[in-house]
Write a protein of this length. Structure first.
Length: 202
């Protein structure tokens, strides 16, 4: 199947896959190139931390990316959350302003530009305590949502153009609860999600 055939909600953790022995290189290269030429991905099963997982394999450079896929019982039906949203037409003026903001802020994806300000403040607090500088240092308050005038916020964001970073603009968000799309599961893999981890065949 093709990558677009799988909804993004099913994708979970990526891993790098490379052959561990010279004897397995030929088979690895054959599979990688067959996937690349066909423009498709392969679906398989692996055992990670004693748990069997469904995975998708796709070629990436000289290697293969293996991404674990969530199972059906891990995903919460969207109707449980979305059906409670009241039917309402969007204000055409707000939509027009929002479209202009999107047009101004568009650009290539650069994850290095994102900074988690709350975690960074906690690290600074820890460093200060390690250095013995406790004077006037207190834990930062957790980020809170706040009710805003959406039209005014849109206008301010538009007038700011590209001078405001998208991440900063997003910090002034409407007070709306977010519900996880995934269900709580027992025995879930503890593999790191921050960075793809090298996994070897063998």
């Amino acid at each position: 199947m093709k990558v677009d055939d799988i909804d993004r909600i099913w994708w979970e953790d990526p891993y790098y896959l490379a052959p561990s022995e010279k004897a397995g290189i030929e088979a690895f290269v054959v599979i990688r190139e067959a996937l690349r030429r066909s423009g498709r991905i392969a679906i398989g099963r692996v055992v990670i931390h004693t748990r069997e997982r469904m995975v998708a394999l796709e070629p990436r450079g000289e290697g293969i990316i293996v991404t674990t896929l969530r199972s059906h019982d891990e995903i919460r039906p969207e109707a449980e959350v979305f059906d409670s949203i009241p039917v309402r037409k969007a204000d055409p003026k707000m939509v027009h302003i929002a479209e202009q903001i999107i047009s101004q802020q568009q650009g290539p994806f650069d994850p290095s530009g994102f900074v988690e300000h709350y975690e960074e403040a906690l690290r600074e607090l820890i460093r200060s305590k390690q250095d013995g500088d406790d004077a006037g240092v207190s834990a930062p308050p957790p980020p809170k949502g706040k009710v805003i005038d959406l039209m005014e916020a849109l206008k301010r964001s538009l007038s700011g153009g590209k001078t405001k970073a998208p991440a900063r603009a997003a910090s002034a968000r409407a007070k709306a609860p977010a519900t996880k799309a995934t269900k709580a599961t027992k025995g879930k893999s503890t593999a790191s999600r921050a960075k793809p981890t090298r996994r070897r065949t063998g």
